[in-house]
Design a protein around this ligand. Structure first.
Ligand SMILES: Nc1nc2c(ncn2[C@@H]2O[C@H](COP(=O)(O)OP(=O)(O)OP(=O)(O)O)[C@@H](O)[C@H]2O)c(=O)[nH]1
Ligand SMILES: [Mg+2]
Length: 344
């Protein structure tokens, strides 16, 4: 497979929706940037920022924004599939993975269900060995009122002690993102301060072992999470049914209007709750089936890479080959922004 020397390495930015991934990636761009290619889309497309680390432009790193988890428009299965597509493309193109930036908003008061689910899935995607190049980054600090800073610092400590401790013990690190260009650059440079790169568990599973998405550790965990969520909904629906029968009996037995109205209101409330839960089950069940249907993601991505390589090479002058980064962005349909000025 063709990897050009200027493709350097890659850093992936991950985290739940709203964590601040795109904001971070945008902060890496100085005032004037050259855009590789643009897409005709009303929404801001995902970006990959290629930063040259020396004036000779022989060393670079590309920082890649990835899809967020808990996006209301897509199921968690779709998001897992999209994230793994990024990971498989990078690995299959033999672009060294220099690190992962895991973003989390310090404004999140308590760990949301989706944040917990994503963190668990992330650990399974990574595997233990890759954790030494994972940086947990808290964001939205500039949104914290000065009088609330103590609270935010306590939340940060709780993240470190309760949620990230197992990964920090295995070599991950943590820091704060202030929102500035310098802060973003510092985080990237820190991950680039050694020459090491990592291979994630899911990359070995999908590419080296040709597994199906649903068979990977992350896929199995998501399947279990979906099953658990469906089971909780169904148990609650059964409980609601019992409560509804009781409320109906009570309404029938009621001898005064006040009690009857109270029971009627209760029945309406239970009915609404049941409809909501049924809707959740209806959304979760296809997501479960889709996990199986995704099949051998590694194989599919490799085929896509070959097609894009063929197309890109056809556009080049004789004897020239498309760079790994050009193929990466073409496969994933993302915008490559080249920051052509050295940041060192
Ligand atoms: N003040 C402040 N706002 C932030 C920060 N990070 C993100 N935001 C805001 O929070 C919102 C969500 O941030 P994004 O960067 O789009 O989040 P994301 O992680 O890319 O989210 P998805 O693309 O949905 O996965 C936006 O309105 C940002 O302007 C930060 O560090 N400080
Ligand atoms: Mg984003």
């Amino acid at each position: 497979m063709n990897t050009s020397p200027e493709s350097g390495g890659m850093i992936l930015v991950m985290g739940v929706t709203g964590a601040g991934k795109s904001t971070f990636v945008n902060a890496l761009k100085p005032e004037s940037v050259t855009v590789g290619h643009t897409l005709e889309s009303t929404q801001a497309p995902p970006q990959a920022i290629q930063i040259f680390l020396n004036e000779e432009q022989t060393r670079s790193v590309t920082v890649v924004d990835t899809p967020g988890f808990d996006d209301t428009r897509r199921s968690n299965t779709q998001i897992l599939a999209e994230i793994t597509e990024y990971l498989v493309t990078q690995y299959a193109l033999q672009v060294p993975l220099r690190g992962i930036i895991y973003m989390h908003s310090i404004q999140e008061n308590r760990m949301k269900h989706s944040s917990r689910q994503f963190l668990e899935m992330f650990q399974l995607l990574c595997g233990d060995e890759a954790l030494r190049k994972v940086k947990f980054v808290t964001t939205h600090w500039d949104n914290i009122d000065p009088e609330r800073e103590g609270e935010a610092l306590r939340r940060e400590q709780q993240l470190l002690d309760e949620w990230w401790a197992p990964m920090l013990e295995k070599g991950s690190s943590n820091t704060q993102f202030s929102g500035s260009h310098d802060s973003a650059e510092g985080i990237v440079l820190d991950l680039m301060s050694d020459d090491e790169s990592i291979v994630l568990e899911v990359q070995r599973e999908l590419v080296d072992c040709d597994m199906e998405l649903g068979e990977t550790e992350a896929g199995k965990s998501l399947r279990k999470a979906i099953e658990d969520d469906i089971a909780v909904c169904k148990t609650t629906i059964d409980e609601i049914d019992t409560q509804m029968v009781n409320a109906m009996r009570s309404r029938q037995r009621s001898t005064n209007d006040g009690n009857m109205a109270r029971d009627q209101a209760e029945i309406r409330k239970l009915r609404r709750r049941k409809i909501e839960l049924q809707r959740t089950v209806n959304e979760l069940e296809p997501s479960q089936r889709e996990l199986t249907a995704r099949g051998k993601v590694g194989r599919k991505v490799k085929k896509k890479i070959s097609e894009e390589q063929r197309k890109a090479n056809a556009d080049k002058a004789k004897g020239m080959f498309a760079s790994a980064m050009e193929v990466f962005t073409a496969v994933l349909n993302i915008v490559l922004v080249v920051v052509s000025f050295a940041i060192l």
